[in-house]
Each structure stands twice: as structure tokens, then as C-alpha cells.
Design a protein around this ligand. Structure first.
Ligand SMILES: Cc1cc2nc3c(=O)[nH]c(=O)nc-3n(C[C@H](O)[C@H](O)[C@H](O)COP(=O)(O)OP(=O)(O)OC[C@H]3O[C@@H](n4cnc5c(N)ncnc54)[C@H](O)[C@@H]3O)c2cc1C
Length: 399
């Protein structure tokens, strides 16, 4: 019986990065995904400088830029009319964000993994895990939908929120939080790139607008959980109505002349819900959304998935061969950002904080740098700033 070093289930941010990193260390890796690539998946696409630096180190960024025109963007928040905008503090020279569509990014990730020697099995599902993943009965492989077994020393579940690997091993979600918003989004052509990713925040709605790649532009409208309830026609009308309700951000004439070039994607509240799962056990580990999901409002999922994949690959090929420290590391990295993502992702409702970020440049810089994980959220909203911004004399702020 042939036994591989690892089988990786899932081939997007977590799976391809893990498979690539293991292959670079000389491991014999099979990567399985039920999708064929290029393949889309729901996302608002933002990737911050910390993750761009990692993609650069892995050689993925060069391949991405060779295949697509992906602009580097500054970060602009207009909350209750208060604007804060700028670049990020550079990470290895990267001071802008990128937002490539997942058809582009995930294809490049897969191609880089295959080029590193990973064997790809696409368009076929993993339906079972061999072994219960417990002491005495470690995970030793997976079963594909046609009954084929792939045997391996490690089974990695990089298979997303509804992880089959986690399900088969009986790994439950813990620490769940609800999302409290929902999104409608679509890709457009004919909207000029102004060099910024812009999120405009009001009490009743949020509009996000940024360039993706090759002239495509993503427009996302956020509402409460009911916002995505209704027929296709109703949702399209609602989406367009929200876009038109931000004329100060989205020039009505530009919008009128632009073309929506994708279907309308619907992200219901249920997709925003967060959780943790136990990270690993005998013969298996989970990476990316399979092991943890934050509110997408802070756009940390791609970065987390890539960071975890690199950490796990470094561990099993070197310093932590049983991944004894993986869960504690994941929890420490996630702790503060988990609650922050939900505080930010649910309708941010503090005009005073937006005014603070807009009027104090160092505070605005810290806010941006919290998205690229250079500053902790607690430092962005330090006691001193909160005391100043929420002082009674400042509570007459306009909303
Ligand atoms: C609405 C929304 C907006 C978001 N916006 C952002 C953002 O702006 N920035 C950001 O960083 N993150 C964002 N995220 C989060 C981000 O999309 C995820 O964190 C990221 O895709 C996780 O990557 P992953 O590889 O772990 O899982 P996934 O991207 O879910 O990939 C899992 C793969 O596993 C495969 N698979 C699943 N089951 C099986 C099986 N049984 N057999 C074989 N293959 C299988 C699937 O086909 C899939 O290709 C957003 C998420 C949502 C829901």
C-alpha cells in the first residue's frame, strides 16, 4: 500500500499554501478539492500587507502579478461622514492592500502548489477519513467519492467552514458568535479605480467599493440580516437602491454607465457566524476556516488561513512534529481579533470613534494597521483615546 506524507483536503488559501509549503520541504503531498480551478467562492477579497508579504515570500505574489493586473490600494473609511484614509505602515515594503477575485487568487495558489510538486486531484470529493483520529487509532488517510483510498501520515482538513474532515472526526464548533449583518455583492466594469478601498458606513447601511483585478470592481452592500431575504429580483432592486443611496461615494453617472458583469452574490447572516474548532489530534490537523472563522467584516480569513498553513507546515517538518503547540498558538493569534471582528462586523455604531480616527492621524494609522495585524485592536481603542473621544464635551458629535 502506497503511503504519502500528507493528504490535504481543500485547495484554496489554506490548502494550497499548506501543500506548497510541505512540498518545498520535500514532502510527498496529494491535494484534493471537489472544485476545478479557476473556481469562484464568496469573498470581499481584501488582503492586507502582512499577508501580501507572506505571499511574496512564498513566490505566489510574483505569479499573481504576472497573470493579472492587481492594483495596490490605500484604505479609506468614511464612517458617519468622517473620513480617514491612507496607506498602511509597510510590511516588508508592502503598504497597500490587494483584492484579487478568488477565481484569480485561488487558481494561482493551486498552480504554485502543483509547480512545487504537489499532486492535485480536482473535481472529486473526500467523503470519509480513515481512522478516528484518536490515540491508538490515528487518522491515516481519506476516502474519495468513488471509493478510492489515499493513505498518508497526515490528513489535513483545509476544507472550509463545513469541513468534512472535522465532521468525520467529530470535531464540534465552540465559541460561536452570530453575524448580525448580511451582504449583497457583485462585480462591475466601468467604475474607475481611485486608488482606495472605500467603506462608507451609515446607521442603516454600508457600501464597500474597491478594484479587484483586470479592471473588475467589487461593490458590496451591507444590511441587517433581513437584507438578503427575498426573491432574486427583489434583492437586485434592493442592492441597486443601496448603491444609489451613497452618491457622495459612488458617482450616480458613473454607476449608471457601469456594467454589472457577474451574478448578484448573496451572503446571508449565517455565513458571518464565527466559531473555533479543536485544531489537531493524532494524524490530523485543521487549517483555515475549517478550524476557525472570524466575522468577514474585518477581512482576516485569507490571511489567517495562509498564516496557519505556514505555521503548520513549519511545525510538522521541523520544530513541532506532533503540532503540540498549534492550538495554543492559534488561540493566542485569534483571541483579541475574534471579538474585534464581531464588534467591527456588526454595524459599527460609534460616530465618535470615526470622528477620532478622522481627526487624529496617528489614530487613523493605528486603525488601518490593526487590519494588517501590526497594531492590536485594544491599542487602536486605547483607554486614553476612548476617554478623549467619548468625553461628555465631545458627545454632541454629529451622526
Ligand atoms: C461574505 C464573505 C466575505 C469574506 N471576505 C473576506 C475578505 O475580504 N478577506 C479575507 O481575508 N477573508 C474574507 N472572507 C473569509 C475567507 O473567504 C475565508 O477565510 C477563506 O476563504 C478561507 O480559506 P480556506 O482555504 O480555509 O477555505 P475555503 O476557501 O472555504 O476553501 C475550502 C476548499 O475545500 C473544498 N472542499 C470542501 N469540502 C470538500 C470535500 N469534502 N472534498 C474535497 N474538497 C472539499 C472546497 O471546494 C473549497 O475549495 C470572507 C468570507 C465571507 C463568507
Amino acid at each position: 500500500m502506497e503511503k504519502r506524507d500528507a493528504v490535504v483536503v481543500g485547495a484554496r488559501c489554506a490548502g494550497s499554501t499548506l501543500a506548497l509549503s510541505l512540498a518545498k520541504k520535500g514532502w510527498d503531498v496529494v491535494m484534493v478539492d471537489r472544485d476545478e480551478f479557476p473556481s469562484d467562492t464568496l469573498s470581499t477579497l481584501m488582503i492586507f500587507p502582512n499577508t501580501i508579504a507572506r505571499l511574496d515570500q512564498l513566490g505566489i505574489l510574483t505569479t499573481l502579478h504576472a497573470a493579472h493586473n492587481v492594483p495596490r490600494l490605500g484604505f479609506r473609511i468614511v464612517g458617519y461622514g468622517h473620513e480617514s484614509k491612507g496607506r498602511f505602515t509597510p510590511v516588508d515594503g508592502h503598504d497597500g492592500l490587494i483584492a484579487p477575485r478568488r477565481t484569480a487568487l485561488d487558481k494561482v495558489l493551486v498552480d504554485c502548489a502543483l509547480a512545487a510538486g504537489v499532486e492535485g486531484r480536482f473535481g472529486t470529493k473526500v467523503v470519509d477519513v480513515i481512522g478516528s483520529g484518536t490515540e491508538g487509532d490515528p487518522a491515516t488517510g481519506v476516502v474519495l467519492e468513488d471509493g478510492e483510498e489515499i493513505h498518508a501520515n497526515w490528513v489535513f482538513g483545509a476544507d472550509g467552514r463545513a469541513s468534512k474532515v472535522a465532521g468525520k472526526l467529530g470535531i464540534e464548533q465552540t465559541g460561536q458568535q452570530s453575524g448580525e449583518v448580511s451582504y449583497l455583492l457583485a462585480f462591475w466594469r466601468g467604475i474607475p479605480n481611485d486608488g482606495y478601498s472605500t467603506s462608507a458606513i451609515r446607521e442603516d447601511a454600508i457600501l464597500s467599493s474597491w478594484a479587484a483585478e483586470d479592471g473588475q470592481h467589487l461593490l458590496t452592500a451591507w444590511g441587517d440580516p433581513d437584507y438578503t431575504h427575498g426573491s432574486k429580483d427583489v434583492l437586485l432592486d434592493r442592492y441597486l437602491e443601496t448603491l444609489r443611496s451613497f452618491p457622495e461615494i459612488l458617482d450616480p453617472e458613473v454607476l449608471e454607465n457601469a456594467t454589472m458583469v457577474s451574478e448578484l452574490f448573496v451572503a446571508p447572516e449565517s455565513l458571518m457566524r464565527g466559531y473555533f474548532r479543536k485544531t489537531n489530534g493524532p494524524g490530523w490537523a485543521l487549517v483555515g476556516d475549517a478550524c476557525h472563522f472570524k466575522h468577514p467584516g474585518t477581512a482576516q480569513g485569507i490571511g489567517d488561513a495562509i498564516e496557519q498553513a505556514i505555521h503548520v507546515a513549519d511545525g510538522v517538518t521541523g520544530g513541532d512534529p506532533e503540532l503540540a503547540g498549534y492550538e495554543a498558538w492559534r488561540d493566542a493569534r485569534a483571541a483579541e481579533h475574534y471579538d474585534w471582528s464581531f464588534a467591527w462586523g456588526k454595524f459599527p455604531n460609534s460616530p465618535a470613534a470615526f470622528k477620532g480616527w478622522a481627526s487624529e492621524p496617528d489614530a487613523g494609522q493605528d486603525m488601518r494597521d490593526s487590519f494588517s495585524r501590526q497594531v492590536k485592536p485594544s491599542e487602536v481603542l486605547s483607554k486614553e483615546r476612548l476617554a478623549r473621544w467619548f468625553a461628555p464635551e465631545n458627545q454632541t458629535v454629529d451622526a
